[in-house]
Write a protein that binds this ligand. Sequence first.
Ligand code: ATP
Length: 325
Amino acid sequence: LTRLYGPLTALSNVRVDVMSALVSFDRVFEVLDLRPSIEEKPDAVPVPRGNGRVELRDVRFRYPSGADVSLASLEEVATLDRTISEPVLRGVSFTAEPGQMVALVGPSGAGKSTLSMLIPRVYDVSDGQVLVGGVDVRDATLASLRDEIGVVTQDSHLFHESIRENLRYAKPEATDDELWTALAGAQIADLVRSLPDGLDTTVGERGYRFSGGEKQRIAIARLLLKAPSIVILDEATAHLDSESEAAVQRALSVALAGRTALVIAHRLSTVRDADQILVLDGGRIVERGRHDELVAVGGLYAELYRTQFAVADSPAPYTDATGPE
Ligand code: ATP
């Protein structure tokens, strides 16, 4: 755990800390356990394994006072303190049925990331309820809740260790066969096999430097190893080169199949495929439905569709090559 503190405290943004902690590997949930507000009840019950239903009932949320943000620097706490009085979610209700894909869209600051953090109980609601598999997350054992939820965001963290170790954070007892199966599902087995040291290849500055799209696929391989029933996905806003993009999309379609997915959507193909699109604005769901229905309504979604999604899928070749953070 100590090696996490370096990267976590060094980051300048608390939100990024928390989300990257979720992504990096699930044992980083331990860091969250240090947060005083998130406690397991003595009579906590396990979330039913593999259920995958997510329900929010009239959820309201304000960020807690700076004191709760245990990893923040004093400067960050001061900044956060100025923002705590504003409610960020103002009565959000929806149900994601098992296996459904729910797309969250809305302008910057609408509350999309905040909403996604309430499901794995990074924060507790100020009012209302979050249920996973029918259990209020505040009544659930933290381990069972976190086993059910996998998170993939655009900046997946890899450690300066072997690919095998990086993958095993998702499933410590995984055999090499299982690792290869996950890598194949994530569309990155061929690349790893082509490296002279295969699974023993060290990742990072003095080792193999994965591109952005490759790192995302490693994150997807971790997800496949973990096999959660619920996936929270923050789609990349940055463009990958088209080959990497296509591979990430194939990997995601494998990874999301049969799982409930909550996607902070930036891609047109995602919103078109979504079973439900929730349009958030100012902490409320202002429109909901499927793509064609919402386009026909001619409201905020139609506008976002014109300005964000049409643009988001236009080709803009770009590759980044970054090491572990
Ligand atoms: P974006 O698309 O820009 O990521 P978003 O829809 O995901 O935006 P959130 O990141 O959930 O929106 O932010 C909603 C509101 O909550 C914003 O006003 C933001 O400034 C505020 N906020 C986010 N994180 C924190 C925090 N840790 N402490 C206090 N306020 C926060």
